[in-house]
Design a protein around this ligand. Structure first.
Ligand code: HEC
Length: 136
């Protein structure tokens, strides 16, 4: 990241420090559990919307880079790596250039399921998927 090259020991020390950090408690869980809406959203995420194609496993990401069909933003890149969706409730704005101010805005247009190999979601289904995302 443009700083001086760290030694292996320094890198390991930073990794060890990162491993000691606790995640903040997720305010969208009820007694540590997902809501009904979030459970429905999970099924949509893994099924109809096919989000799981790129956001998979424990961290909801994958190794490849994808063209997610975003309108040009002046960036020389067209391929992006799926960010982990863990802790997405505590983030935003979304996408590499922050073009989506909310998850609803994101899923309605620039990152709509039907653009990415899934099936179009109804407004209610989108709400459930967002509840699921907020639970991660
Ligand atoms: C073809 C692969 C692919 C599919 C399918 C896909 N995503 Fe993504 N997703 C990506 C990539 C790549 C990015 C990063 C793009 C960027 O930064 O501009 C991303 C970004 C995101 C972000 C923004 C995260 C952030 O911190 O900015 C969210 C939220 C998200 N995806 C949720 C979903 C949901 C929900 C679905 C299903 C409707 C889905 N994705 C389907 C590849 C995919």
């Amino acid at each position: 990241m443009f700083g001086p090259q760290p030694t292996d020991d320094e890198t390991q020390a930073v990794v060890a420090f990162l491993a000691t950090l606790d995640q903040p408690p997720n305010p969208h869980l009820r007694d540590g559990k997902r809501t009904e809406s979030a459970n429905r959203g999970r099924l949509l995420f893994e099924g109809k919307a096919n989000c799981i194609h790129c956001h998979k496993g424990e961290y909801y990401t994958s190794e490849r880079n994808y063209d997610v069909k975003l309108e040009a933003d002046g960036s020389p890149y067209t391929l992006w790596n799926p960010p982990s969706l863990r802790g997405v409730w505590d983030r935003g704005p979304f996408l590499h250039d922050g073009r989506s101010k909310s998850l609803d805005e994101l899923l309605q247009k620039p990152h709509a399921a039907e653009k990415l190999g899934g099936k179009e979601l109804t407004a209610d289904e989108r709400k459930d998927v967002i509840e699921f995302l907020l639970s991660l």
